[in-house]
Design a protein around this ligand. Structure first.
Ligand code: CDP
Ligand code: CDP
Length: 224
């Protein structure tokens, strides 16, 4: 399997994109690019600086002077914002509940996509997000669209939080996820949408390993 592919993984929150994308990238010795982390980093900075999260030109200007690096460390992928490791901070509830506003304006998305395409130029990459198959890597050899019921996705987040040591309300998580899905799917420019040539996998009752195996199988069919 010598051909270095571009693999796009899209889908709604909690579908398992980042977990699966990381494992697939490890298995193939590919680079993993978490595009959600880039939008989260900008959201964190915008919140900290008190910027208007709904103003595209303000956000565009802010992004212009913002450096976002994705670094591989022993602990996994680190997100470096203007030289500072913000991997933990960008997962806060405040960032999570505001990121889809920051990810809406076309000016922001165009610059993010430009940066993401630069990172993916060499191939041998697994990238996850919302618009990877439709906008960032429309030429990807493999596009996967992961879905799962909102109940299952909320349950996964709930378990994830519990493992980190804090209790959350399952109902509230369900509401937050549904709201973010709605904003991500309804925005005008580059919404969350399955590419016509993407393969949809419903992971509601699949284990992580099942999903990884299925994707590796699809990769092997394309890399011959
Ligand atoms: O991991 P989770 O599904 O919670 O979200 P994420 O992948 O970290 O993405 C956070 C948010 O960034 C999404 O809800 C979208 O609003 C935005 N996003 C986007 O618009 N386009 C992408 N390619 C990736 C993320
Ligand atoms: O990136 P995205 O928001 O799509 O989901 P994630 O953060 O990769 O996954 C959310 C949680 O669901 C993680 O704690 C995973 O361990 C878990 N999970 C999964 O990803 N896939 C399954 N088939 C089952 C559980």
């Amino acid at each position: 399997m010598n051909k270095k592919l571009k693999i796009a993984i899209d889908g709604p929150a909690g579908a398992g994109k980042s977990t699966v994308a990381k494992l697939v990238a490890d298995q193939l010795s590919y680079i993993y690019i978490d595009t959600g982390a880039m939008y989260r980093a900008l959201t964190y900075k915008a919140l900290k600086s008190g910027s208007n999260l709904h103003d595209g030109s303000v956000l565009k200007f802010l992004l212009k002077e913002t450096e976002i690096e994705l670094e591989i460390t022993e602990a996994g992928q680190a997100v470096i914002l203007d030289g500072k490791n913000v991997s933990e901070e960008i997962r806060s509830t405040e960032v999570t509940n505001n990121v889809s506003f920051v990810a809406t304006p076309q000016e922001v998305r165009e610059e993010m996509v430009r940066r993401q395409q630069k990172l993916a130029a060499q191939g041998g990459v697994v990238m996850d997000g919302r618009d990877i198959g439709t906008h960032v890597m429309p030429d990807a050899e493999l596009k996967v669209f992961l879905v799962a019921s909102v109940e299952e996705r909320a349950k996964r987040r709930y378990e994830e939080n519990r493992n980190k040591g804090y209790e959350t309300s399952l109902e509230q998580l369900k509401e937050e996820i549904s709201l973010r899905d709605k904003r991500d799917s309804e925005r005008e420019f580059a919404p969350l949408k399955k590419a016509d040539d993407a393969i949809e996998l419903d992971t509601t009752s699949m284990s992580i390993q099942d999903v990884v195996n299925e994707i590796l199988h699809l990769v092997s069919e394309r890399a011959e």
